[in-house]
Each structure stands twice: as C-alpha cells, then as structure tokens.
Design a protein around this ligand. Structure first.
Ligand code: UT7
Length: 307
C-alpha cells in the first residue's frame, strides 16, 4: 500500500487568448512566440476566481476518485496568485467544497508548488496522519502579469488542476524537492506587483536543475529512463522541455506537452497535464510517471510515481 493517485481533475477557462491577439497588444509576433516558447494560445479567467477554478478541478478529481469532500483529511493548495492575503485559498476551497473542519493550508512554491504539495501529501499519508488528501494547483496569472511587458505577458495563462491521493496500489517511489532563495532575482513578483523574469538565465537553471532532480530520483530507486511510461514536466517553454528530454535521453513521445494550448500556468501546470495524460489513456495503472518542475524561489524538484 502506498500513496496512490486516486483521481484527477482540471479546469481551464473558456476564454482563449491567441498569439495573434497578443500581436495587437504588444510588439510581438506569433512567429517569435511559437519559435521561442512553443505557445500558440493560453486561457484567461475573465469571470472565474482562483477559488472558482480550484473548486471545479477539485470536484472532478473527487468524482474520479470516488471520494466525498467530507472524507478528506487534508487539503493542500499551491498558488502564487492567492485569492486573498489571508485566509489561505485552501480554506476558501474547503468551505466551497463543504469539507467543514478539514485541515487546509496553502503552499507558496511558484511553479514547483504542485510537486511540493504532493511531497507533503505523501509524507502525511506515509506517517498515517492522513488517509485522503486533496492537492490542488490553481492560478490566475493574468492578474500577475504586466500586459505591456512583452517579455513576460506572452508566457502565462490561467487554470487549475487537482489530484486526490490516498492508500492504494500506486506509490510515490522517490521525491526530491529543493530551493535556493539566493536566486530570487531570476523570477519574482513584489507584493501586489507584476512578475519579473530574467528569462535567459532562468532557462539554463530550469534545464540543469530539473534534469539533475530527475536523475536523482531515478537513481535512488534504480529506474532507467527507458522504463518510464511518461514524463510530465512543468509546462513553461517547449524548448526547455525538449532540452530536458534530450538530457534524460528520452524520446519525445514519452514527454507530455500541452504548453502550446495553455502557456505556463505555474502551480496548475503539472496537475492539468497529468489529468489530460490520464484522460487520453497515456497512463495506465502500474505505469511509472516522472514529474518535474522549476520556478520562482528558486524552487525545483522531481517526483517518481507508480500510477
Ligand atoms: O515557470 C518558471 C520557469 N520559467 C522559465 O523557466 C522560463 C525560462 N525562460 C524562457 O522560457 C525564455 O528565456 C523566454 C521565452 C522567456 C525568452 O526566450 P529567449 O530565447 O531566452 O529570448 P531572450 O530573452 O534572449 O530575448 C531575445 C530577444 C530580445 O531582443 P534582443 O535583445 O535580442 O534585441 C528580446 O527583447 O527577443 C526579444 N523579445 C521578444 N520579441 C518579440 C522578448 N520577448 C519578446 C516577445 N516578442 N514577446
């Protein structure tokens, strides 16, 4: 018995913002965005709040897991765009789900937030302190970007993803999480400020740190890259994903990509991708899936899961 992904869910706002539309807003081109990032379009939450999106993704994950909100022992929500300074967005979600009394808190680890939260959920389950945990990544990054700054506004999108974890036939085989606060200036946002990024340096850090974390988790349990069914990397840039696949010696078809449709949704990126991969039948029970992320903090990590 190990920490098992019992069910997943995702929510993407219906409003699509294309590269062509961005051409009218800032000095950019569809060609530049596609070539440098692989992004074609992203979703924008016009009416939805961070809690609304988290709620929709969670409802679907709970339904797919066959778990009722009242059966949860813990809700961990990862976001860099919390609904309020406080209470935690996880508490607002808990109330919306009607999971009264359930232990709930937020994790602030930017794009690595979902993996940090998953690592915590696994520790709670392994220690016996929780049996069923809801882990959510929800982001309204459209509120955190400067829509006059072409170097960042073309990159991000809104959305949410969720997973219910509990005892079952699966397992978190290995998980390594890291942070280096001295690299803060590569990617940050001041309180109530916009996202600031040193893209070129961050690109190199992303490839290097994710590849190393992946190699460490694989080495820890003696799994070879060719034994993996799927890799679900953080969706920030197609060129980063391709460079990572090359470093890990993995064929492209084993690496899940949806950055073309959603851009970078930070903490929501991995759970959205994971949910889509499962829905498309790209993951079957017993398969090995490797997830990896890097983001503001800097934070990074990798997690190897038997689905
Ligand atoms: O989620 C956390 C993890 N995120 C990341 O890891 C992001 C990492 N970084 C990246 O994905 C890439 O560095 C970017 C996509 C942000 C930028 O791509 P790049 O190939 O590193 O471009 P660059 O920053 O070196 O900029 C190249 C040129 C510059 O012009 P000059 O100085 O060469 O004349 C920029 O001003 O592209 C220009 N540029 C643009 N041009 C058209 C920057 N943004 C744009 C734009 N449209 N939107």
């Amino acid at each position: 018995m190990g920490t098992t992904l019992l069910g997943t869910g995702a929510y993407l706002p219906s409003k699509v913002l294309t590269n062509e539309e961005l051409e009218k807003m800032v000095d950019t081109s569809d060609e530049w965005i596609r070539e440098r990032t692989g992004i074609r379009e992203r979703r924008i939450a016009e009416k939805e709040s961070v809690v609304d999106m988290a709620y929709e993704a969670s409802k679907e994950a709970l339904k797919n897991a066959g778990v009722k909100p009242g059966e949860l022992d813990l809700i961990i929500l990862a976001t860099l765009t919390p609904e309020k300074r406080f209470p935690a967005t996880a508490c607002l979600l808990q109330a919306r789900l009607g999971a009264k009394g359930v232990y709930a808190f937020d994790v602030s680890a930017a794009c690595s937030g979902f993996l940090y939260a998953l690592d915590l959920a696994d520790a709670f389950i392994k220690s016996g302190k929780a049996k069923k945990v809801l882990v959510v990544g929800s982001e309204k990054l459209s509120e955190a970007v400067d829509w006059t700054d072409r170097s960042t506004c073309v990159l991000f999108g809104d959305g949410a993803g969720a997973a219910v974890l509990g005892d079952g036939g699966g397992e978190v085989l290995s998980s390594k999480m890291y942070a280096d606060g001295s690299l803060e200036e590569l990617l940050y946002a001041e309180k109530c400020g916009f996202i600031k990024m040193k893209g070129r340096e961050l690109f190199k850090q992303a490839v290097r740190s994710m590849a190393k974390a992946c190699q460490e988790v694989l080495a820890e349990v003696g799994v070879k890259p060719e034994e993996l069914s799927l890799v679900v990397p953080h969706q920030a840039n197609l060129r980063i994903i391709k460079a990572l696949a090359e470093k890990l010696n993995l064929p492209e078809e084993k690496v899940f990509v949806n950055v073309d449709r959603y851009g970078n949704t930070s903490a929501a990126s991995i759970p959205i991708a994971l949910h889509e991969a499962i829905k498309k039948g790209r993951l079957k029970r017993g398969d090995l899936v490797l997830m990896t992320a890097m983001g503001g903090g800097l934070t990074w990590g990798a997690s190897l899961l038997r689905y």
